[in-house]
Write a new protein. Structure first.
Length: 90
């Protein structure tokens, strides 16, 4: 093993959001909301982003809070996978 190689696990980004759609096979659309300050006026507003996440066991339902993790490209649009699901009634 050379000095440039390492056996450390890769630290991947994790985000949490709400599932908005589960119509596709093994895929959930997750809405990520973040609060951003306006550059000039300083007022905070919400910016939302929709990401497609891989859901192998189809555990996520619409309205559930999920945690997603960045991964290798799974399809043209999917670069995230669902790590944990918290039911909306919990």
């Amino acid at each position: 093993m050379t000095q440039t190689e390492s056996k450390q696990p890769v630290q991947r980004r994790r985000l949490s959001g709400v599932v908005t759609s589960t119509a596709m096979a093994k895929t959930a659309v997750v809405r990520i909301d973040r609060r951003v300050a306006h550059r000039k006026y300083g007022k905070y507003y919400t910016v939302s982003t929709k990401l497609k996440a891989h859901d192998e066991e189809k555990k996520a339902k619409v309205g559930d809070l999920v945690e997603i993790e960045e991964t290798r490209p799974i399809s043209r649009d999917k670069r995230w996978r669902i790590v944990s699901v918290t039911a909306k009634n919990a």
